[in-house]
Design a binder for this molecule. Structure first.
Ligand code: ASP
Ligand code: MG
Length: 411
């Protein structure tokens, strides 16, 4: 039995008319002889509407009840869509997470999938041509409903595709695929035909909000081919796959940026063992995620420590640091919210040198100062002043030949 998973996001099932477009996509796969697992999100805006109601009583509604509430969003879309298919004579039925079951851990609001009963799904696929599965939800070992975090339907879809050994997991959304950079700020951005899982992980963690990060981790772990494409056209989108030699030949695949950054510099703290630990342990306990860190001795016995945190956590970070100030010997604490992290991403970096030099030179050509540099195997990130974000992205995009189709760039 050939199985394919098709996931449709909230904007794809926003109203009954949109659902008819979705039906056409499903029908096409049926015509090609596939059995189809359709994974749906809640109708656009529904999850937010439910969240807003929940917060009418209290800012901190009980997480387990919140999950009972939020799962209703997807329940509505799968029921309506199944009815639509049935009315057209298609053998279809809806499935909620707990009916499969999709087992998760008990962390309400951000549960992780532990296992999926694929056997029952296979049996059901003998009887039904389409199973319409509610995304974003599962149940824990006590049969309590759980949700997988915002955007979690992507992860439901990829996990189902992995469990059922589906040929592909198609993620239909309101964008045409994954781009070399944000088309809103760079008109030359191009849709990538393929991208490696690792590159996509870096792109999504940088705020390229196409897929929930966990779904990409899942796809990588279980080697699920994921096709990100538009509900509103028939054009092929972007295929997420294991990296191969062709990809390594390309130096850089994309430029990402993240404005959700704040920089803090601790000036002239003691340069002695334990100082860094005394800063970052309390931040970790406060659940503040520190991203870039640099330390550089400034003068004898003293050092500056600079790091970045999500902008929304700056106030809490300052409170923690204020308490430590004396023990650290800090002469000053300098916060800065007007920063942006621009990153160059590509698996080709693993075996090419000189990528950093090209990037730095390009930024210099526009007089853009780099405050912090951090690197990983497939990424170089530069923290710059926020006002230069667009210029930096466009400049880097051009410097790495991303403005042109690869064939043209090579010649
Ligand atoms: N409905 C959920 C959300 O809005 C899950 C999803 O759409 O993937 O985050
Ligand atoms: Mg989404």
């Amino acid at each position: 039995m050939k199985v394919v998973v098709q996931k449709f996001g909230g904007t794809s099932v926003a109203d009954l008319q949109c659902m008819q477009q979705v039906q056409a996509k499903v029908q096409r796969k049926l015509d090609q002889g596939y059995r189809v697992i359709v994974v749906l999100s809640a109708m656009a805006g529904e999850t937010d509407r439910l969240l807003k109601m929940a917060r009418e009583w209290s800012d901190t509604p009980a997480p387990s009840e919140l999950d009972v509430l939020l799962t209703t969003g997807e329940q509505i879309s799968v029921a309506l869509f199944s009815m639509l298919l049935q009315n057209s004579g298609i053998k279809a039925r809806s499935m909620l997470g707990f009916q499969i079951p999709i087992h998760t851990d008990p962390s309400y609001g951000q549960a992780r999938i532990l296992d999926i009963n694929a056997e029952q799904l296979h049996e059901l696929l003998e009887r039904y041509n389409v199973l319409v599965v509610a995304g974003f939800q599962g149940c824990d070992c006590n049969n309590h409903l759980t949700t997988l975090g915002r955007g979690g339907s992507d992860t439901s879809a990829v996990a189902l595709a992995g469990a059922l050994n589906a040929e592909v997991c198609e993620i239909y959304t309101d964008v045409a695929g994954v781009y070399t950079t944000d088309p809103n700020i760079c008109a030359q951005a191009r849709k990538l035909p393929r991208i490696a899982y690792d590159e996509m992980l870096e792109m999504s963690s940088m705020g390229a909000k196409v897929l929930q990060i966990r779904s990409v981790e899942f796809a990588k772990k279980y080697n699920v081919p994921v096709h990100v494409r538009s509900t509103f056209s028939d054009e092929p989108g972007t295929l997420l796959v294991q990296e191969d030699e062709d990809m390594e030949a390309v130096l850089v695949s994309g430029i990402a940026y993240d404005k959700d950054q704040a920089r803090i510099t601790l000036v002239d703290v003691f340069d002695e063992p334990g100082i860094a630990a005394s800063v970052f342990e309390p931040l970790a306990s406060a659940n503040i995620i520190v991203d870039m860190i640099v330390q550089n001795p400034s003068r004898e016995g003293r050092t500056d420590i600079t790091f970045t945190v999500p902008r929304g956590d700056l106030d809490r970070t300052m409170q923690v640091i204020d308490r430590l100030k004396e023990n650290l010997g800090a002469r000053a604490i300098l916060p800065d919210t007007k920063v942006c992290k621009v990153s160059i991403i590509g698996v080709g970096m693993r075996n090419h040198s000189g990528v950093a030099a090209i990037a730095f030179k390009a930024l210099q050509s526009e007089d853009i100062n780099i405050m912090i540099i951090s690197t990983s195997e497939i990424k170089i990130s530069c923290l710059i002043q926020e006002k230069y974000t667009e210029l930096a992205v466009r400049t880097l995009h051009e410097a790495f030949g991303l403005d042109q189709e690869p064939a043209a760039a090579e010649s």
